[in-house]
Design a binder for this molecule. Structure first.
Ligand code: HEM
Length: 155
């Protein structure tokens, strides 16, 4: 290796190191969330849109075949929501209670992702009944999750 290729290698290593050190830990478990136009609110709206589309698709005889992209959309949105925290949790000042609430929130998000994985399994197996059952499970998780974590501000 001559001098200039050594120099080029060094520069490439430096660029890689600098870009790693600059990458922001936006998905870190304790990332703050904002209310109103929050990342979590956006992800929730995506889940809502995908669920509506899925419910419509399941009403049609040939709907299952076209439902997969909406299942994936819901799953991706849950993954986005999972790395955020509801404001009701991030605002907590009692560290012990906050930690407990974080675990409860993430556990429910994992259950929601599992429900959408069950929807996917049913859809790829052409089983509309099972897909509907898994969607109902997602809806139950929604009621429980909103009851516990969604601010009571009339939204
Ligand atoms: C099928 C499941 C679910 C659907 C369709 C759904 C849908 C929604 C919708 C449409 C909103 C309003 C978004 C906005 O105001 O812009 C919302 C907000 C919210 N949801 Fe869900 N949700 C689901 C499950 C859950 C679960 C399981 C949890 C908690 C474990 C949860 C926690 C929240 C919170 C904290 C907000 C307020 C977010 C904010 O405005 O910052 N949701 N959800």
């Amino acid at each position: 290796m001559n001098k200039s290729s050594l120099w080029l290698c060094g520069a490439a290593v430096a660029v890689v190191l600098v870009s790693f050190s600059r990458s922001s830990p936006s998905a870190a478990p304790s990332a703050p969330t904002s209310q109103g136009g929050s990342k979590l609110g956006g992800a929730m709206e995506e889940i809502g849109g995908a669920v509506k589309a899925l419910q419509e698709a399941l009403k049609k005889d040939d709907g299952l075949a076209a439902a997969l992209p909406d299942v994936w959309k819901a799953q991706r949105a849950v993954i986005d929501a999972k790395s955020e925290l509801p404001k009701a949790v991030s605002d907590m000042t009692d560290e012990k209670a906050k930690h407990k609430a974080e675990i409860a929130y993430r556990t429910q998000m994992q259950d929601l992702l599992r429900a959408f994985l069950d929807v996917e399994t049913a859809v790829i197996n052409g089983d509309a009944k099972k897909a509907e059952k898994a969607l109902r499970q997602a809806d139950n998780l929604k009621s429980a999750g909103h009851g516990q974590f969604r601010p009571r501000d009339g939204k």
